[in-house]
Write a protein that binds this ligand. Structure first.
Ligand code: HEM
Ligand SMILES: Brc1ccc(-c2csc3nccn23)cc1
Length: 402
């Protein structure tokens, strides 16, 4: 429903897409009603409570609270974020083998009710810790790294700040392209090739801005801490050897449920560019994974991606016109997606593959590759990452028009 009212396209507010911030939650709420102080106290002090081995006891003590006082969308997102941190902390705690396979009902019941209300899953996701987990230090200041902070922390002395804020800033850079989509559709409807090229050029420059922002990750995230500390807390319980059946949400379901760890496959912005440019990932597992990750997005954003896929096809339009200039403008957008994914592959090498090899060296007989597949090649989404990401990068390339 990119509704064509009065013959001009606009992004319907039903998709909850902000003009400036696109899929990021504008000015997330930072405080919950006092009734939820028990949740906030734990979520706001996760590193200390884990350090002092008090977290799990504190979670068990907190009263089972009803979610009825969470009436606004922003307070529901804040509560879902806080409960997500609490759940990851409770299950993984110090990040060793001593995990918990049952989430006590006093957390599980409100968490699952709230997840159902929001159309999200009862596990920490991209929509929580990237899109809703930020604030400006100076409310009147700019949306730049130095003026931003996150609301909740895992152990790993601020490594999550860098990881989540850089992801957010990539989202914001890409946001300027999203608001250009209606102009692109209008130009197509009017068969105005000049306006089409202009819109595609703006989209490409935003994608390249996003690539520049990507590069800040090296300044703000340490690879060894990321790999050995933060990654554990973002892991899920689907295909996990430590929770082979998943997590039992006590008082909600009587069997354990499996949910994937957070992934940026849950980022609507990347999937939005794919949908807009007609990029479809044919490689079975990658396509399946990205489709599945849509079920972890806010429903309104998932609906937007589906409406883009059903809307007019820019790719078909470009092919039908056979105009060299238009083809080049389209190809530069596809090329920008390839560059983003290329750069991201380098990041994964720095932050996962290399630290995994370091860790393997440190262990007993390095030839022992028994648990290699278990740890090294698992992404936060539990995927075998390098092949997965290369397949996505490669399939993106096949959409360049000759
Ligand atoms: C330390 C930095 C990063 C690491 C180690 C990393 C790692 C990964 C891994 C392992 C995957 C595979 C799927 C999964 O397990 O989630 C992935 C997917 C993805 N990541 Fe990251 N990532 C990082 C930063 C970023 C940033 C800053 C962005 C920008 C928003 C981003 C965007 C994506 C996207 C969109 C996917 C889905 C695959 C695709 O569409 O190409 N990643 N990443
Ligand atoms: Br929860 C959670 C939230 C966000 C992310 C994330 C941000 S950028 C990126 N690439 C892969 C994952 N990922 C990972 C886990």
């Amino acid at each position: 429903k990119l509704c064509p009212t009065e013959g001009s396209w606009k992004i319907d507010e039903v998709f909850q897409i902000d003009k400036e911030l696109a899929f990021a939650l504008p000015s997330p709420q930072e405080n919950l009603p006092d009734k939820y102080a028990g949740w906030m106290c734990i979520a706001k002090n996760l590193p200390e409570l884990i350090e002092r081995d008090e977290l799990r006891a504190r979670v068990k003590e907190v009263p089972e609270l009803s979610i009825d006082d969470l009436t606004e969308h922003k307070s529901q997102r804040l509560a879902h974020l806080a409960l997500g941190y609490i759940t990851m902390g409770y299950v993984w705690n110090k990040g060793d083998e001593d995990v918990r396979k049952i989430l006590p009902r006093n957390i599980a019941v409100p968490y699952c009710k709230l997840s159902a209300k929001l159309g999200l899953r009862p596990i920490l996701a991209y929509a929580d810790c990237v899109l809703a987990n930020w604030k400006k230090k100076d409310p009147n200041g700019p949306m730049i790294y130095e003026n931003l902070d996150i609301l909740f922390f895992f152990p790993g002395d601020g490594c999550d700040r860098g990881f989540f804020l850089v992801s957010l800033l990539v989202e914001l850079a890409a946001a300027s392209a999203i608001k250009k989509i209606p102009d692109l559709f209008n130009a197509m409807i009017k068969q105005d090739l000049v306006k089409c090229k202009d819109a595609l050029r703006v989209i490409k420059s935003c994608q390249l801005d996003a690539l520049e922002v990507f590069k800040q990750i090296h300044k703000h995230v340490d690879p060894t801490i990321f790999y050995n500390v933060l990654r554990t807390y973002l892991s899920g319980w689907k295909g996990s050897s430590l929770l082979p059946e998943g997590l039992l949400y006590e008082g909600v379901w009587d069997t354990p449920k499996q949910f994937s760890g957070g992934s940026a496959g849950q980022s609507s912005v990347f999937q939005c560019f794919d949908a807009l440019l007609g990029i479809r990932h044919s490689d079975g597992s990658a396509a399946g994974f990205l489709q599945e990750m849509r079920t972890y997005m806010p429903p309104a954003h998932k609906a937007f991606l589906e409406s883009l896929e059903k809307g007019p096809s820019i790719r078909k339009f470009v092919l039908s016109k056979g105009d060299r200039c238009l083809k080049d403008a389209y190809n530069e957008c596809v090329g920008a997606m390839v560059s983003l994914r290329d750069y991201h592959l380098g990041i994964v090498d720095t932050y996962i593959t290399k630290p995994a090899r370091e860790k393997q060296k440190g262990k007993q007989d390095p030839e022992d590759s028994s648990n290699q597949s278990e740890t090294e090649n698992k992404g936060t989404g539990g995927t075998n990452i390098m092949t997965f990401l290369q397949a996505i990068r490669d399939s993106t390339k096949t959409f360049l028009l000759v």
